[in-house]
Design a binder for this molecule. Structure first.
Ligand SMILES: Cc1ncc(COP(=O)(O)O)c(C=O)c1O
Length: 401
């Protein structure tokens, strides 16, 4: 069925729950970093579907994995009670790319689910209740992950949230040190804050967090939902830094657009868990496993880490030039790899720039009002990146130049 955009708008506006302030564009298909709307207009996607389509839209290796696995089986009889060769294959590959001390893995369908499970299991393992998280963090939208999210807009409408959640300043080990006490089960932290405005902490921060948690007997949960799978360069930030986390949670890029996620944990933690502590209908479903395997293999075989480092450098370099050129409009530029942000002097300017980008055929993500986040597919080429950056510069010029 080929509907025109206006029909799609009307149906979605009528029946879709009103949680998103919609952009009036109906996307029909994609190819790499490009997408097309129902009228055939081409756009560049600098959001990769919010950090998800890490190896591009309509990626052939994903299509092939989907088709091949869907011809075999989608969901096992008795789900996780039975064995699956495709899940075993993914587990083996994950073991290769995860920090080596993380020995046991369980799959979910989203990032919030993975964080929720890690928090729940940390309580079981430590016999403690409290969870420390950071201001400006984002960990998901379930009631427990909203409770761990340090942003009022995601919390205050749902009070009372879950008890026993506390917050410390991001990037500040002293604050964490003072908050840790014998009631704390876990500290959950993003290695780079994404939704909170792309904040990169000092190189020492996570190491300090590990040391402080160990001393206190609390577990360290690294939320790598946004940073994992080469988004910032390395496969995992905590892996690159040699930080021994107890749980590492993941989603988004893991399956390039198929809803999938998971968490990995240390042997020490896994030994304290038993049958029935966790589960779920879809956890490690064969279709998701096949896609995740194809995506991770692509990331390795195509040395995507190197591309991210290179494209990230080029992109941040251009952003720094803009900061010099438009000092009245741009306050800061920052980020790591291909998780970058331009901070404008106010949210009105950022809104104008984002609108101008869209008018010119570029999707960007306005973040925390005054920021515009750039997080394209990790296999983006230099000409594609340059094309998108030229559009963004023209938008800045039009909105704030
Ligand atoms: C760091 C982080 N954790 C958790 C989540 C929630 O993941 P999901 O939307 O897959 O539940 C997100 C989503 O943006 C995220 O950025």
């Amino acid at each position: 069925m080929n509907m025109s955009s206006s029909v799609t708008f009307e149906i979605e506006d009528r029946y879709m729950a009103p949680f998103f302030p919609k952009q009036k564009i109906s996307i029909e298909r994609g190819d790499g970093v490009f997408v097309w709307d129902e009228e055939g207009r081409r756009y560049i996607d600098f959001t990769s579907g919010w950090g998800v389509t890490c190896i591009g839209h309509a990626q052939p290796v994903i299509t092939e994995a989907l088709v091949k696995q869907s011809r075999k089986i989608l969901q096992n009889p008795n789900s996780g009670l039975t064995y699956s060769p495709v899940r075993a294959g993914l587990l083996e590959l994950m073991k290769e790319v995860l920090p080596s001390h993380l020995t046991h893995i369980f799959f979910s369908s989203s990032g919030a689910e993975a964080n929720d499970a890690a928090i729940k299991l940390a309580r079981k393992v430590t016999g403690r209740l409290d969870v420390i998280s950071t201001h400006q963090s984002f960990h998901g939208r379930t009631i427990s992950t909203a409770s761990a999210t340090g942003q009022a807009k995601h919390r205050e409408k749902f009070n009372p949230l879950m008890p026993n959640y506390r917050f410390v300043a991001y990037g500040n080990p002293d604050d964490l040190k003072h908050a840790l006490d014998p009631d704390v089960a876990a500290f959950i932290v993003e290695p780079v804050q994404g939704e909170g405005g792309v904040h990169v902490p000092s190189a020492q921060y996570l190491k300090d967090a590990e040391r402080l948690c160990r001393k206190n007997g609390a577990l360290l949960i690294a939320d790598e939902v946004q940073t994992g799978f080469c988004r910032t360069g390395p496969m995992f930030v905590t892996g690159e830094m040699g930080v021994n986390v107890d749980f590492l949670t993941m989603a988004k890029g893991i399956a390039g657009g198929f809803p999938f996620g998971g968490f990995a944990m240390s042997e020490k933690v896994a030994k304290r868990l038993e049958f029935g502590d966790h589960g779920g209908t879809y956890c490690g479903n064969p279709l998701g496993c096949a896609v995740a395997h194809a995506v991770i293999k692509y990331l390795i075989d195509h040395r995507i880490s190197e591309n991210v480092e290179k494209m990230g450098r080029i992109c941040l370099g251009r952003m720094r030039e803009w900061k010099q050129r438009y000092p009245d409009a741009i306050q800061d530029v920052r980020g790591k790899g291909l998780l970058l942000l331009v901070e404008f002097t106010g949210s009105e300017t950022a809104t104008r720039v984002a609108d101008e980008c869209l008018l010119r055929g570029l999707f960007v993500r306005q973040t925390q009002g005054s920021g515009i986040r750039v997080f394209p597919a990790l296999n983006i080429t230099e000409p594609e990146l340059s094309e998108g950056l030229a559009v963004m510069q023209a938008a800045i010029e039009a909105a704030a130049g």
